[in-house]
Design a binder for this molecule. Structure first.
Ligand SMILES: C[S@@+](CC[C@H](N)C(=O)[O-])C[C@H]1O[C@@H](n2cnc3c(N)ncnc32)[C@H](O)[C@@H]1O
Length: 117
């Protein structure tokens, strides 16, 4: 059974705050210019979809980022994010990137220095 065939309300934790509509690769540079990362950043993507923005951030700014944390409430996109992170950084994974399967409203983001929402 295709996982998408599971009803959205049965695979999601909490209320939908935005539909899945990923950032286009052409917009990454604009986003990174706006964030202008400094050292020791803790970057959150709230509603991280398939994790591509976090992965791109870490590939480009590994020296500045202490942590890249994605929160995704939909199990389908959460699983894709985990798969993409593993594909990119290997099975040992990059200890700086973390994907959380939860509702963004449940997450303590008090340590964030940058938030994409
Ligand atoms: C506009 S997409 C952004 C995807 C990703 N940030 C990117 O840039 O490619 C919004 C995402 O938020 C997720 N989302 C919606 N409501 C949420 C909630 N309450 N908690 C966590 N994630 C949520 C959706 O499943 C979707 O993947």
């Amino acid at each position: 059974m295709e996982i998408e065939s599971i009803k959205s309300e049965d695979r999601c934790i909490g209320k939908k705050l935005a539909p899945y509509n990923p950032v286009s690769p052409q917009s990454y540079e604009i986003i990174f210019n706006l964030f202008a990362f400094n050292k020791n950043e803790i970057f959150y993507d709230l509603g991280c979809g398939n994790g591509e923005l976090l992965i791109k951030s870490l590939l480009e700014y590994d020296n500045l980022l202490d942590a890249c944390i994605g929160v995704e409430y939909d199990k389908v996109y959460y699983d894709r994010a985990i798969e993409n992170v593993t594909k990119t950084f290997g099975t040992s994974n990059n200890h700086k990137i973390k994907i959380i399967h939860d509702n963004v409203l449940n997450i303590d983001i008090s340590n964030a220095t940058g938030i994409y929402f």
